[in-house]
Unconditional design. Structure first.
Length: 147
């Protein structure tokens, strides 16, 4: 079982798309191991996006992610990182295929609705920023969609 980390950014929350986007993950068969709403302060945002510091879009990214509440979650499945990345689509919504989250809901590269870990290592680091071990639920799905 692999874990990945997802943020539904402030514009997803403001547009009331949290349930719609979350249900896509559930319908695909990903298990929600943790989920909560957070209002990121600047320090938390800097910790999350430290690898982008110095890039031209960094200041806007920090301002955007701290502009309102986000929903953070941990999803689990075999190959969770690659499955979620394919479900969200390209960072640029203009080229994200219809049927992906960004292809269906986003219109701006900088404000593209959702963040998902790009590797298992990133997922571990990002999960530790937002969740303690006690906040992660371990349970079995009554129906396993992959069977």
């Amino acid at each position: 079982m692999e874990s990945t980390f997802v943020i539904l950014k402030p514009n997803a929350v403001q547009r009331a798309l949290v349930g719609e986007i979350t249900s896509r993950f559930e319908k695909r068969g990903l298990r929600i191991a943790a989920l909560k709403m957070v209002s990121m302060n600047r320090d938390l945002a800097l910790r999350l996006y430290s690898e982008h510091e110095g890039k031209p879009f960094f200041a806007d990214l920090i301002a955007f992610i701290t502009s309102g509440p986000s929903v953070v979650m941990v999803l689990e499945a075999e190959h969770a990182v690659s499955i979620v990345r394919s479900m969200i689509g390209s960072t640029d919504p203009a080229v994200a295929p219809p049927g992906t989250i960004r292809g269906d809901y986003a219109v701006s590269t900088g404000h593209n609705m959702i963040h998902a870990s790009d590797s298992i290592g990133s997922a571990r680091r990002e999960i530790e920023i937002f969740f303690t071990a006690g906040e992660l639920s371990d349970y079995s799905l009554a129906v396993k969609p992959w069977l």
